[in-house]
Ligand binder design. Structure first.
Ligand code: URP
Ligand code: ZN
Ligand code: ZN
Length: 460
């Protein structure tokens, strides 16, 4: 099977030019002007369109047992939605509870994804406890191709690890050349602030952000930076939401800590007033860290423009508004944390980032594809367009107009956090390793074709 994409404007993290791309089997084999199609080759006219490398979401929760329920997606539904939105690779969080060993957790997540994922996938391996068994099993998981860990400095009693476990995890990560991704909030402060608010009679969704102010996140980042500095481990802060937390990361970077920063599409575009909507509507916007004051959005866009913030993910964590969010109707601490966004990230970044002049096209590619591939050991197989790379391509139509809505989305959840938002542009064709997976907003690929991506460590 071969595909020839003609006359599109190719956009990578470092260049923009018009040329043809020829894909043979699963791989890009030639980029040139005026390539003649061999017999039997499918030709796609990309005139007037952009051709991007397949986008990479560095932070999703497709399978997630959490807060007494499960995220709504399966690897089948979630990866189809990802592809429709132009995301061809996901990094899902493999996060076993503290009652499970890492090997059991890894096997469980593999079993959930295998034969169901339509796009390619890999895991950040959650370290939710650390003991002798964890040490030996984590070594095996890393050897099996997992170059990154995930830790939580929040969610006391659930996923959260203590300082001794944090030290041991980072020490192992340093030894193995693993990047440790981290949720940074001070878990004790969260619990104490929650108690104080509940005692004062605050029970609605607006209590969520009041219980986790920016300083709680900044304190989490500061803590991680101290441990990263003393162990020498490279770290990646997930879902950074505010100025105070960014300042802590930048201070550490100046001291020589190797730290990358991820923000989320929701922090760039919506603010805490959404979580204050009446009639429990605010529960749709309960996530951790919480939505912030609007003034933080400019800080985050600036950080992306200047390369201080490296990636934009979704932290896709879908819980139904009708049946799951009401678990916390009378107590905001019980509202399942998370928002769906996997399908919408690229269209939102293009519409509200590129079209408004906040970022340019090459920055879009860097923050939504290339940088994640480089940080997490997938580059240049993924994250760029060059001969030898996987033929993961997004032919993007900048003329398409639509509105986001729960009624038309493919994500398996009953609401959209961006209901009614206009969108300017969408992927018209998406390929995964040389197969057309999406045409005109519809999944047309092969269910279950997604591959588990092995990622070597720097020490390998
Ligand atoms: O609110 C969030 N972020 N839910 C998903 C779990 C996590 O902390 O990433
Ligand atoms: Zn988190
Ligand atoms: Zn997450």
């Amino acid at each position: 099977m071969s595909i020839l994409i003609k006359d599109g404007e190719i956009v990578t993290g470092s260049s923009r030019y018009v040329a043809d791309i020829y894909c043979e089997g699963e791989t890009i084999t030639r980029i040139d002007k005026n390539i003649e199609p061999p017999a039997g080759c499918e030709v796609i006219d990309a005139t007037g369109k952009f051709v991007f490398p397949g986008f990479i979401d560095p932070h999703t929760h497709i399978y997630l047992p959490f807060m007494g329920t499960f995220a709504k997606e399966t690897y089948d539904t979630g990866t189809k939605a990802a592809l429709i939105g132009g995301t061809t690779t996901i990094f899902d969080m493999c996060v076993p509870g503290r009652d499970m060993d890492p090997a059991e957790g890894f096997a469980l997540w593999q079993e959930q994804a295998r034969g169901k994922a339509a796009c390619d996938y890999t895991f950040h391996m959650g370290v939710t406890k650390f003991d002798a068994t964890s040490d030996s099993q984590l070594r095996e998981i890393v050897a099996a191709g997992v170059q990154s860990f995930k830790i939580f400095l929040a969610y006391k009693g659930a996923f959260g690890i203590d300082d001794s476990e944090l030290f041991q995890t980072l020490t192992l990560a340093r030894e193995l050349g693993v990047v440790t991704t981290a949720h940074c909030e001070n878990e004790t402060l969260v619990v104490e602030m929650q108690k104080r608010l509940l005692a004062a009679g605050v029970t609605g969704p607006e209590g969520h952000h009041a219980s986790r102010p920016p300083r709680v996140e900044a304190e989490g980042v500061h803590h991680l930076m101290t441990f990263a500095e003393l162990t020498g481990a490279p770290v990646y802060i997930v879902h950074l939401s505010c100025r105070e937390a960014l300042e802590e990361a930048l201070r550490a970077r100046q001291r020589g800590v190797q730290v990358w920063v991820e923000t989320l599409i929701q922090y760039l575009l919506i603010d805490k007033t959404y979580a204050e909507l009446p009639d429990f509507e605010g529960a749709k916007y309960v996530m951790s860290p919480p939505l912030r004051d609007k003034s933080n959005q400019e800080v985050l866009w600036n950080g992306l423009r200047q390369g201080l913030i490296n990636t934009v993910g979704t932290d896709h964590a879908p819980f139904d508004f009708e049946k799951q969010k009401p678990m916390g109707r009378d107590n905001f601490t019980l509202i399942p944390n998370g928002i769906p966004a996997l399908e919408d990230r690229i269209n939102l970044l293009y519409t509200y980032g590129v079209k408004t002049g906040k970022i340019d096209l090459t920055t879009l590619v860097n923050i939504a594809s290339t940088n994640a591939a480089k940080i997490f050991g997938l580059y240049p197989r993924k994250g760029t367009i060059q001969p030898g790379s996987d033929a993961d391509l997004v032919i993007y139509d900048p003329e398409h107009r639509s509105k986001l809505s729960a009624r038309s989305q493919s994500m398996n959840v009953d609401y959209s956090g961006f209901e009614g938002w206009p969108i300017e542009g969408r992927p018209s064709v998406v390929t995964v390793r040389g197969e057309i997976a999406v045409r005109d907003g519809k999944f047309v690929g092969t269910e279950g074709r997604g591959q588990f991506l092995k990622r070597p460590t720097t020490a390998a």
